[in-house]
Design a protein around this ligand. Structure first.
Ligand code: ADP
Ligand code: MG
Length: 244
């Protein structure tokens, strides 16, 4: 049986002549929490975006829970229901209320009734500690609150895997913790998580493995204690010295 939540083998992705991912191999076990770091332009977002097909890889194979990721409608639907994604810039629908943001996909993609979708959404808004904001619009919320809504919205689809792309990078410093706390809670509940972040405190606390990317390659990967205490590559050392 394939126990991997995600597996990439020899995955490559180019933009024109530029190769953003160079034959990436990566297996993520069910319940595993992985932090991805690395310099700007190293391919972190591209990697995450290929997993849920916001970008299409041109070579190699990606499996999510054993299902092949691809561009056919059935494949896309399977991936969209199983993989939750949280972006740096929240990406909430500005014209919808918080509650509507959370119920849209469950109603349209999962065919839940409005009442069932709303009940589930309220439960998750409570979990991210903002049930009182349910009837406001995103612009009325702080950045930290909006990002917690984005997490709740993704969880409303009951994904088996959550992808985060620099979820705290756009936040004012005082709001970073409230988002990281929600992510830590999720990690402690056994969610499979792939998190692009430079929050090394989060990596130390929550990650089973830290991955360092450079120029479209995974340069090294290891448990946080090892990764921070003893980075093997000069490039990793330099990067860590710049952000820590
Ligand atoms: P990171 O998230 O690590 O900063 P990205 O995955 O966003 O890096 O980008 C990797 C490289 O691919 C960068 O050089 C970036 O300019 C390039 N790239 C990313 N997306 C596109 C795109 N849609 N078109 C052209 N180049 C892109
Ligand atoms: Mg990025």
């Amino acid at each position: 049986m394939n126990e991997n939540a995600i597996s990439l083998s020899s995955v490559s992705k180019s933009f024109g002549a530029f190769q953003a991912l160079k034959s990436i191999d990566l297996s993520v076990a069910k319940g595993e929490r992985i932090v991805i770091c690395g310099p700007s332009g190293s391919g972190k977002s591209t990697l995450i975006r290929c997993i849920n097909q916001l970008e299409t890889h041109e070579a190699g194979e990606i499996l999510v829970n054993g299902i092949k990721v691809g561009t056919e409608p059935k494949q896309l639907e399977a991936i969209r229901t199983q993989v939750g994604m949280v972006f740096q810039s929240f990406n909430l629908f500005p014209h919808l209320t918080i509650l509507e943001n959370c119920t849209l996909a469950p109603i349209w993609v999962k065919k839940l009734s409005k009442a069932a979708a709303e009940a589930k959404a309220m439960q998750l808004l409570e979990r991210v500690r903002i049930p009182d904001q349910a009837h406001k619009r995103p612009s009325q919320l702080s950045g930290g609150q909006q990002q917690r809504v984005a997490i709740a919205r993704a969880l409303c689809m009951e994904p088996s895997v959550m992808l985060f792309d620099e979820p705290t990078s756009a936040l004012d410093p005082e709001m970073v913790k409230e988002v990281l706390d929600v992510m830590l809670e999720l990690a402690s509940e056994g969610m499979t998580m792939l998190v692009v972040t430079h929050e090394m405190g989060f990596a130390r606390q929550a990650a089973d493995r830290v991955i360092f990317m450079d120029q479209g390659n995974i340069l090294e990967s290891g448990p946080p204690t090892e990764f921070f205490a003893n980075p093997r590559h000069e490039r990793t050392r330099l990067f860590l010295s710049q952000i820590l």
